[in-house]
Design a protein around this ligand. Structure first.
Ligand code: PAF
Length: 290
């Protein structure tokens, strides 16, 4: 495994692989890698001849009051995990490599960034869209891998890739959970045992609506009430939102439909926690309906 930190080195490696006819998968991360990130690398290794993983704590997606400076940066450990996973190349650029002095160009996705994380973190998706576009143009991969855990983020990246005609495929990989059900996140290291216990109301609320969905409930109003009743039972959770949305538009759903995403997010102690579940018809429902 090689580790490079300049765009020139990254491009040289990737173009060599492409000339040899090898496909390239990109796994963009901010480091502090966990099994969720490694599942993206595994998916890439399964589908692409070469896998590039990027580690870059992107300053433009953090608001001034957020945790940019204390964001965990265990680089040696991350590189060790990448090596063991069989990643071919790790790209660890400095801030000035990604944002050259005087840089004044941003990518902004409107509409689906309006609500939820976009409302709570007004400049966040502009920073994500900008850095992901830069990483795509630096690496020119055939596919890029993102986690369903940040559902709105992957929707924003899909929309941006489509709108800008970027020549790659976006792959969204399933959420990876700890044994207790909490979705993996690099920020889980901030949680005290008590915070963590309180955070478990998120997966609990999602399991509850999954159960209702399996039993045929399709009314978003009823599902939302049920979701929120589980969340309200945890006094330590300061809820940001608990909603049922359309998976494409991310607008709150008001009429029954065959596909919905339940998005939940809140704060326990000092730490934000997010989770979601994608409610879809099963193959047998489809057959029954035809
Ligand atoms: O999900 C993340 O880790 C980041 O938002 C991403 C996509 C690597 C962009 O900095």
């Amino acid at each position: 495994m090689e580790v490079v930190s300049t765009v020139a080195e990254l491009r040289a490696r990737v173009s060599g692989w492409k000339r040899a006819g090898e496909s390239v998968g990109l796994v963009p991360t901010m480091g502090a890698l966990h099994a969720g990130h490694m599942s993206l690398a595994t998916a890439s290794r399964g589908e692409c001849a070469r896998t590039v993983l990027t580690i870059f704590v992107n300053p433009t997606q953090f608001a001034p009051h957020e945790d940019l400076t204390r964001y965990p940066r265990p680089l040696e450990r991350d590189l060790d995990l990448c090596q063991r996973e069989g990643v071919d190349l790790v790209f660890t650029p400095a801030v000035e490599e990604v944002y050259p002095p005087g840089d004044s160009t941003f990518v902004e996705v409107t509409g689906i960034t309006k609500n939820w994380e976009g409302e709570l973190r007004p400049s966040h998706f502009r920073g994500v869209a900008t850095v992901v576009t830069k990483l795509f143009l630096m690496a020119l991969p055939d596919r890029a891998y993102f986690g369903q855990k940040d559902f709105q983020q992957q929707a924003v990246i899909r929309r941006m890739t489509r709108d800008l005609h970027l020549p790659l495929e976006i792959v969204t990989c399933p959420i990876v959970r700890d044994a207790d059900g909490l979705a993996l996140s690099s920020r889980n290291v901030y949680l005290s045992p008590g915070d963590r216990q309180a955070g478990l109301c998120l997966p609990r609320s999602l399991k509850h609506v999954e159960e209702l969905w399996r039993n045929g409930e399709r009314d978003p109003a009823r599902l939302t009430r049920e979701l929120r009743s589980v969340l309200a039972a945890e006094p330590r959770m300061s809820l940001n939102y608990g909603v049922l949305v359309d998976p494409m538009t991310l607008e709150e759903a008001t009429t029954p439909r065959n596909e919905l995403v339940a998005l939940v997010a809140g704060r326990v102690g000092q730490t934000r926690v997010l989770d979601n579940t994608w409610l879809r018809m099963s193959a047998s429902d489809h057959q029954g309906g035809n």
